[in-house]
Design a protein around this ligand. Sequence first.
Ligand SMILES: [Zn+2]
Length: 211
Amino acid sequence: MTRICAQYHRQQHRDLGESLRWFKAVHCRCYNPVTGTCDPDCPDGHDQNGMVYVEQTVNPALKALISQIQQPTVDPQYGLIQVSATRISVMPDEIPLARLDRVILTQRPLTARPVLVRGNGTLLDPLTNTPVVAVQSVTQDGMVYQEGTDWQLNGANIEWLTGGQHPADGSRYRVEHTYHPTYSFVGLEDNTTPYDAAGVPLPLRGVLSLV
Ligand SMILES: [Zn+2]
């Protein structure tokens, strides 16, 4: 019975789910398990938890179910309130998500409208909401800069092209672009195990928090 159930869940994830990129959270190599501390001068760029994120290969056929839920939380001013949270469900034998792992939902681009400062002595102005999907517009005070003539997207940077128009060095301009948000898996939703007593996988569900 549970075996049929597992097949049903697996098929449901593939049919109704979304693609994702998965990054496993691992302790940085500077982490000392005896003291539980990290080297503050570490060159490997670990985050404040001492973790680095290693992208895992995900078979494109494997999908995650994503949904918005209302989650109760205690606000210091208003008491118990409901906040919207993003929930993910995966099959644990396919994508064994663990706490602090990161995922990028590649079918849910968000829009960002940052104000950038034209850099001095460089042609590149970095965007901070990454990975960037596409740039919709680059403007300053009604001036619309032309893609391909004035600027181009270079990785996660607006690259100003020689010979084109550009904002004055040090001045502010606005970019509108889409990007794929990165989420942190904050852990299982409840105390259930993702495998039943017979070792049959059941959906692993938990809440995602925007990084
Ligand atoms: Zn480190």
